[in-house]
Design a protein around this ligand. Structure first.
Ligand SMILES: Cc1cc2nc3c(=O)[nH]c(=O)nc-3n(C[C@H](O)[C@H](O)[C@H](O)COP(=O)(O)O)c2cc1C
Length: 190
């Protein structure tokens, strides 16, 4: 029996099997926080395919938003969704101060929009058409779907936050989704 204490899996928070490090099928190599391989973490997690959203909000200064992959449907009763803004996000504090946001699910033709909203450009909305949802948050033109929310709870989660939103209003557009896989954009084929 091993003397080593169980460590926490940083991706789940669950206790890892202390013997797992010796498993030849596992190359995670968790021997301590200092030896954790972030490049390997990114490479492995990059194999999870997702859609792409732009999280938007609007304060007195105007509309703000940022490209966000970490979006999920969370609860049906009550209707909740969640996503993870980085602590380095400059848009998120403005959105949080207003208390509401809109999740804009991008269509396959909106890669350029994803790239713009993934920058720190102070004028990301230049040339972008939008209207206000019920909360006042921007719904971008021609998105595949949109989910307008009030902030329910905000949790600390390492170098990110985990934001839970209560759905106020939602709708769909037309077309196919923009996908993200292994640091590249792609399209869906059935
Ligand atoms: C495909 C893709 C997915 C992203 N997902 C997230 C995410 O889930 N959370 C996050 O905070 N930033 C994410 N980003 C990075 C932000 O879009 C980027 O840091 C942006 O500059 C933040 O803008 P802001 O400082 O105006 O908030 C993603 C970027 C790309 C290209």
């Amino acid at each position: 029996m091993s003397e080593r204490p169980a460590e926490d899996d940083p991706t789940t928070g669950e206790a890892l099997d202390p013997e797992a490090e010796d498993d030849p099928t596992s190359d995670v190599g968790l021997t301590g926080a200092s030896s954790f391989d972030t490049a390997h973490f990114k490479e492995v997690l990059g194999h999870f395919t997702s859609g792409i959203t732009v999280i938007t909000g609007a304060d007195r200064e105007g509309p703000v938003g940022f490209t966000c992959q970490s979006f999920m449907s969370l609860s049906l009763e009550p209707p909740l969704v969640a996503f993870g803004p980085s602590l380095t996000s400059s848009s998120w504090p403005r959105i949080q101060a207003v208390g509401a946001f809109c999740v804009n699910v991008l269509g396959e033709h909106q890669e350029a929009l994803s790239r713009v909203f993934a920058t720190k450009d102070p004028d990301k909305f230049r040339g972008v058409g939008w209207r206000r949802a019920a909360t006042g948050s921007p719904v971008l033109d021609q998105v595949l779907a949109w989910i307008d929310c009030r902030i329910d709870t905000v949790h600390q989660a390492g170098d990110h936050l985990l934001v839970v939103g209560r759905v106020q209003e939602l709708g769909v557009g037309e077309g196919e989704p923009l996908l993200f896989y292994r640091a590249g954009y792609g399209r869906f084929e059935s």
